[in-house]
Design a protein around this ligand. Structure first.
Ligand code: HEM
Length: 542
């Protein structure tokens, strides 16, 4: 006989099956998206590589705001300037959070990595500390240093052009090291730069979706023992390496007490007022290096790749620079306002290969877009690649073609007229989490780009048979940001007069650079002395 207990058990079972079968199913109020399967949702088709390309393909099929089901969780991908403006800019108060990141929390003492931190008190304190030292007025005080570092970059391209790729990386790292910790990196092989790139490589691997099990989506995995949790030793390694580097540099700044005006000197002086303890200070310094180094160098190397592959852009930029600056002096930042083509070229580089093709956010309250609901707790991915490579909005989006920005400030097709929400600095993000280093970044990018094009002609490198190697605009690293793989170019000064000015500027920058040459290795000292002596010799020889 069937008892009421049996009936109750059967009902519970049916309900449980019904609930489990619904896991992974897209709720009716969500934006559309690819078909789901029970339990997994869209996990089985989630891209393990080149996510931004697949996200863009889906955007063309499902629209500028679509959803993916990650088990019972939801991810919404936005791929138009309008959606970005409405969701990220206008709704910033409820979309400024980042998705949970267990690995980042473990590595940086409970979420002190400002870029990845949840939207809360720790982030607010870090952001305030960053703002105090990165705002426009303070950023301006570092411009002489950026100019001086750029003069060494130009000198390296003149004398060791075959190392252009790493020279650009050295420049970017040295600027951030100096600005943040008051200590420069004279070579790409300088101890701190080597240590930084070493740990950064492992760190990116740890963060890259698919490298390890998705602990944030399946939290029970956190409790697995080490043999089953392959990320555990990697987390420890990254933590140890980062602490050695970041806190080692902080110790050095404290020891030195010398006033070269670096960020750490200010932060150490005012940390109490800003509510920052030593852990926060060390990680803030390190995170600024992480956020400011690769971005700047990848951008500049992309620019070089772009003008190699699309020589028309180089020719037009140089015609303009010659007209505005001439060949008796090197360009200065203020020249940029008289150079519409150069401005267009800078914008085009951001559009062509945005440094952050996907920006992760998380909704802290329900919000609505185009009648769809984006519930609290949804991960929101701003797909910058999809925005910038939309053929409906941009003419030939896969071309490096600065001219598009001459017609209108945002580079969109003429017949499109004004595209709602479009602005030309989306590449730096938006709302409350907009790039904290935008002023430092824009100066480095502008000054170096103008100097590169003023000083040198860039043509494709030659192979062993003397044939040109076709620049490959798709040869990018499988990483979180858009970083071109190393490539070679033929780089020649545009005239002996240009070469002489490059040498002179490098020699004249010596005292400014020396203010940041602390505790540098014997090897770095020897190389620097030799470079300076040769530059001086070159000048006398003329
Ligand atoms: C080519 C240069 C750069 C580009 C394109 C760039 C772009 C970005 C983007 C897209 C974000 C995410 C913004 C968002 O969530 O809306 C970001 C965040 C950030 N950037 Fe930059 N960045 C660059 C250089 C720099 C530099 C030089 C620094 C430091 C000196 C820096 C410091 C930061 C920091 C600290 C954040 C985290 C902001 C937060 O989460 O509150 N960036 N950047």
């Amino acid at each position: 006989m069937i008892s009421s207990t049996h009936v109750a058990a059967a009902l519970v079972l049916v309900y449980a099956i019904y609930r489990i079968a619904r896991i992974g199913k897209r709720e009716g109020y969500l934006p559309p998206g690819p078909p789901t399967v029970p339990i997994l949702g869209n996990i089985h088709i989630f891209p393990k590589t080149w996510a931004y390309l697949q996200f863009t393909t889906w955007a063309r099929e499902y629209g500028d705001c679509y959803s993916l089901k990650i088990g019972s969780g939801t991810m919404v991908v936005i791929s138009s300037a309008k959606a970005f403006n409405e969701i990220i800019d206008k709704n910033s108060a409820i979309t400024a959070d980042r998705p949970p990141n267990y690995f980042a929390d473990q590595v940086t003492s409970g979420g002190l990595n400002m870029v990845l931190a949840r939207y809360g008190d720790k982030w607010r304190t870090l952001r305030r500390g960053a703002h105090e030292v990165l705002n426009l007025a303070v950023a301006k005080t570092h411009r002489p240093l950026q100019d001086s570092e750029s003069s060494q970059l130009m000198y390296e391209l003149l004398t060791i052009p075959e190392k252009s790729f790493t020279s650009v990386q050295r420049f970017a790292s040295s600027v951030i090291l100096s600005v943040v910790f008051g200590k420069r990196a004279p070579q790409f092989t300088t101890k701190e730069v080597k240590a930084f790139f070493h740990v950064q490589h492992i760190w990116e691997y740890l963060l890259f979706p698919g490298s390890f099990a998705p602990v944030d989506y399946l939290p029970f995995l956190k409790y697995f023992p080490e043999p089953l949790a392959k990320w555990k030793p990697v987390v420890k390694e990254v933590r140890d390496l980062q602490r050695d580097l970041y806190f080692g540099l902080l110790d050095e700044t404290e020891r030195r007490k010398e006033d070269n005006g670096c960020y750490m000197e200010t932060i150490l002086e005012r940390s109490k007022e800003w509510g920052m303890d030593r852990e926060m200070i060390g990680y803030l310094g390190g995170v600024l290096m992480e956020a400011g180094s690769d971005t700047t160098s990848s951008y500049l190397n992309t620019l070089i790749l772009g003008i190699l592959a699309f020589p028309d852009a180089q020719r037009k930029a140089q015609e303009e620079i010659d007209r505005v600056v001439g060949s008796d002096r090197a360009p200065e930042y203020d020249d940029l306002e008289n150079m519409p083509y150069m401005q267009a070229l800078l914008k085009e580089t951001h559009r062509f290969r945005p440094n952050a093709p996907l920006i992760p956010r998380s909704a802290t309250e329900d919000l609505y877009y185009n009648g769809y609901k984006i519930p609290k707790g949804t991960d929101i991915i701003a797909n910058l690649w999809g925005i910038f490579h939309d053929p409906d909005v941009y003419e030939n989006p896969e071309w490096f073609w600065p001219d598009r920005f001459l017609d209108n400030d945002v580079g969109t097709k003429k017949e499109k007229g004004e595209v709602p929400g479009q602005r030309n600095d989306i590449a730096f993000g938006g709302g409350r989490r907009v790039c904290a280093g935008i002023h430092v970044a824009k100066y480095s990018l502008g000054v170096v780009a103008m100097n590169l094009l003023w000083a040198f002609s860039f043509t494709p490198a030659l192979d062993e048979n003397g044939n040109e190697i076709k620049p490959d605009i798709w040869d990018y690293a499988q990483a979180l940001g858009s970083a071109p793989n190393p490539f070679k170019a033929t780089i020649k000064p545009r005239s002996p007069q240009h070469a002489e000015i490059i040498r002179r500027r490098f020699v004249e920058a010596t005292p400014r650079l020396q203010a940041f040459e602390h505790e540098i290795s014997d090897e770095d000292r020897v190389v620097l002395d030799k470079m300076r002596a040769e530059a001086l010799q070159g000048l006398k020889g003329h």
